[in-house]
Design a protein around this ligand. Sequence first.
Ligand code: PLP
Length: 378
Amino acid sequence: MTPPSAMSPSAILPSAILTVDLDALAANYRTIAAETPGAAMAPVVKADGYGLGAVPVARKLWSEGARHFFVARLDEGERLRAGLGADRPATIYVLDGLTPGAGPRLAAAGLTPVLSSLPQVSEAAAFARSLRSPLPVALHIDTGMNRQGVTLDEARALAQSLDRLEGLDLGLVMSHLAAAADPQDPHNALQLERFGAARALFPPSRFPKAQASLAASAGIFLGANYAFDVVRPGVSLYGGGPRERPDPRLKPVARLTAPLIDIRTVRAGERLGYGASLVLTRTTRIGLAPAGYADGVIRAAGGHGFAFVAAARRPLLIVNMDLVAVDLADADARVGDPVELLGDNVPLDDLAAAAGTVAHEVLVRLGRRGERVYLGEV
Ligand SMILES: *Cc1c(COP(=O)(O)O)cnc(C)c1O
């Protein structure tokens, strides 16, 4: 029988195919919205939409009602602005904030910097003086991650000396949770309390536009008191569980498959691949597929993860640059059969755990080589 992929270019040049299911993305958006009914959603589409394509992802989520997005870098914001076009005038926040000299480009693309240090606040205020209209900004306050954000004391000083904020139009006060993947960690309640205090420094009476945002994916699922006005989901939109394990409420969005290009029998005692790290303890059949770490499959998953081939999970033996090897044993598999490395049968969080990492890293590595195919209307 001819496999259905015979008509696609991959049948001529076998390669890995990354499928992005935009309808599953939309379903996850609605699931998260139902979790936080009072809050607006600002999807995080940094790193090219976690490797899945920031523009198609944001366009799809715009059609679901999203009007605010987060990126990390200035150039990501510029590309997103261009990709959304004039008929989708979203608010685009740039987490890097206002780096020296970036003001004109931020303003030209209509991007909102997330200011995360006092020098950034000064830089923004200086730039705002050169503009005729106020510069929209967000303020990142550190409540216990100790990574980005002004301290609570610095925030208090800013709120009290309004001249330092002159020309700045503060639309969002935000912070980021360090331990939300573990609901039992007392650090969550501590950060929640500190954020409540931080938020109170910018009351509506003096900062009428300032909204509050604390929760990313994991925080959203901690409970309604973490939602505030705006939530910032990233990985859970793309199918990653908020507890770093598969969550049945979220659908897989990314699927990575590659065809079996060779099946060979390797005898007990023989080595497999480079070096002597893998010596087979029994004679078995090895299936090879053209997807390797150059295609974003994390090398460390070899020996720990699994792939789905011929209707069952099979051990993922090695991940090389261009190839994976799977233990087919006595599976009824043939050359041309699809090897699923990520998808409905190989959950994102399981692959991440096998590779000793988080779902975020698994996703952002995908899609650099090979085809990316979108399912669903944008
Ligand atoms: C990346 C990021 C997010 C999204 O995090 P997820 O865990 O992917 O939901 C939200 N807020 C900030 C500040 C981030 O850096």
